[in-house]
Ligand binder design. Structure first.
Ligand code: FAD
Length: 415
């Protein structure tokens, strides 16, 4: 074990965590971390929030200062793209002409934002958001903007909209579907969040049929199918991502909207793993392979694969958790809220500073959505996550009663 060579492709959140934790937990072989970006591994959540509003810098997002990697005997190859993998000879070829050998290979290649196939999409002022460079370009653009269009009303689009409003910019969210956040939330909660955004002056257009973007040297308007136009100085496209699976597919690994792995994070080839946004891991709790795009997923999958590389059998089996900061509200979700069958509510934002929506399927608590002022619901969501992990069936009346402490319910279940 001690002489093994671990090679990680993708120096983002999951890849960076894996390298650092592997060393921290005593791995004594070589660790190489290959990343096509110029920055050392960093966390992306603040790119749509604090970086745009100016409360955080991109340096604040680094997992560790760049100097930590050589100190930890981790070879970090930045500005280096893996271009081809030979799983038989166990070699990776890079765009810098290097050939790197491995015993254990980890894909942590993340995902790429989808582009809109519309005329004008290459005009200056039309942005995608995935990297620190993208966020700084958007921040710069917003400094002189008076009106902005955000295309796509998923979590990232709604966060960017909130950041733009905080900067005092007229903000329009243009969503092709009939409502916002359709992939992640049931309709009544999407309506609730629409209401909150509208209370802050954000204008949300659903069923928006876009024709293209207009402008000579930079974008000046969004054009709709009906011939109408919306004048803007900037456009941010947030219509989802595609997992970076091309390298794995070319190497012959099975992929289906993500590199397929078992619950240990291993692909169909021994000692070849995939983690983070690029991986569709088997989730025992849900009985299916699924890709999850979240901070929690990147960290926990890295931790899981570290354990397996070190020979400690470990299976990833999360209750998925996501948070999103929009204005002064924090939204958190547990499980897959769009799939829950019926909902109950605990508290209200107006009277308790937080409201927690509890989703049930087959009479079991299967999903949670909290909307709170800042982190007011953080402790409650942790307890609910624990209850869901235990597959507990607490009394719904008690769950909904804000006078009954959730911690007390957890204690009762544990007895
Ligand atoms: P990434 O962090 O994207 O890293 C993948 C890396 O691999 C990239 O640097 C890429 O350049 C590199 N790479 C790809 N191919 C190659 C190759 N062939 N050779 C070398 N390098 C390669 N999650 C939440 O839970 N809450 C949030 O509030 C939240 N906000 C977000 C806001 C934004 C703007 C974004 C973009 C994401 C947000 N997320 C959030 C999601 C979270 O950041 C991602 O799930 C997480 O970054 C995934 O980590 P990863 O390591 O799999 O991918």
């Amino acid at each position: 074990m001690s002489q093994q060579r671990v090679l990680i492709i993708g120096a983002g959140q999951a890849g960076g965590q894996l390298a650092l934790q592997l060393r921290q937990k005593g791995f004594t072989g070589t660790i190489s971390l290959l990343g096509e970006e110029a920055s050392a591994p960093y966390e992306r959540p603040a790119l749509s929030k604090g970086v745009l509003t100016g409360t955080q810098t991109t340096e604040d997002l680094l997992l560790r200062p760049a100097a930590t990697y050589p100190e930890q005997d981790i070879t970090l190859h930045l500005n280096t793209r893996a271009e081809q993998i030979d799983l038989k000879t166990r070699q990776v070829h890079t765009d810098t002409g290097q050939t790197l050998e491995f015993d254990i290979l980890v894909f942590a290649t993340g995902a790429t934002p989808r582009q809109l196939p519309l005329p004008g999409r290459d005009l200056p002022g039309v942005h995608l958001l995935r990297t620190d460079t993208d966020a700084l370009a958007i921040k710069h653009r917003l400094q002189n903007a008076t009106a902005v269009a955000i295309i796509g009303a998923g979590f990232i689009g709604m966060e960017v909209a909130a950041s733009a409003r905080r900067l005092g910019i007229a903000t329009h969210v243009l969503e092709a579907g009939p409502r916002i956040m359709a992939r992640s939330l049931p309709a009544f909660l999407a309506d609730r969040i629409t209401e909150l955004h509208e209370s802050q002056g954000n204008v949300i257009h659903c069923n928006a049929a876009l024709k293209g973007f207009k402008g000579n040297h930079q974008v000046t308007a969004v054009e709709f199918e009906d011939g109408s136009e919306l004048k803007v100085d900037a456009v941010i496209v947030g219509i989802g991502v595609t997992p970076n699976t091309q390298l794995a597919e070319a190497a012959g690994l099975p992929c289906d909207n993500g590199i397929l792995t078992d619950a240990r994070g291993q692909t169909s080839i021994p000692n070849v793993y995939a983690i983070g946004d690029c991986a569709a891991s088997y989730l025992p709790r849900y009985g299916r392979q699924q890709r999850l795009e979240s901070y929690q997923n990147a960290n926990l999958q890295a931790e899981n694969v570290v354990a397996n590389i070190l020979g400690n059998h470990s299976e990833y089996n999360p209750v998925p958790w996501i948070w999103s900061d929009q204005y002064h509200w924090q939204i958190q979700t547990l499980g897959f809220p769009a799939a829950a069958e019926h909902w109950l509510q605990r508290g209200s934002l107006e009277s308790d500073r937080k409201e927690i929506h509890l989703g049930f399927s087959n009479n079991k608590l299967s999903a949670v959505v909290s909307i709170a002022e800042g982190t007011a619901a953080a402790a409650d969501v942790k307890v609910l996550q624990r209850l869901m992990e235990m597959e507990a069936q607490p009394d719904p009346d008690q769950l909904c009663n804000p006078d009954v402490k959730l911690k007390v319910l957890l204690k009762q279940v544990k007895k």
